[in-house]
Ligand binder design. Sequence first.
Ligand SMILES: [Zn+2]
Length: 136
Amino acid sequence: MSREMVPEYWRNREMYLRPMGSVCKDCGSKYFPPRKICLKCGSKNLEKYELSEKGRVLSWTVVRYPSEEFSKYSPYVLGLIELDDGTRLVAQISDVSIDEMHIGMRVKMMIRRAFEEGESGIIRYVYKFVPDIKEK
Ligand SMILES: [Zn+2]
């Protein structure tokens, strides 16, 4: 079986940012990306908090036919991740070979500038995860 690599297109990490989520002060639900209204209890009493940067993989899949804007990154790994603070989110996992992927794998969040949109030049930010090196 050939060793299939996910493209390492985010080597340059100078745009690294601190991930922020929001937490409901009434029921404790956590959200990323941040929300202004709690989905669980309807409260508007949410405040920003600094997300855990690290977590583990709950499940994952390989995306071979993504939407056009991500087609140059295909194939890539999409994972359901639970951060150490309990926040769950779906994100791309990169800098990893598909053979190395496993449930429970420790990962670390990176936030990067992704692409600029059309002539308006609106900059979009995306987040992804990479293997947490300390695990190895
Ligand atoms: Zn709530």
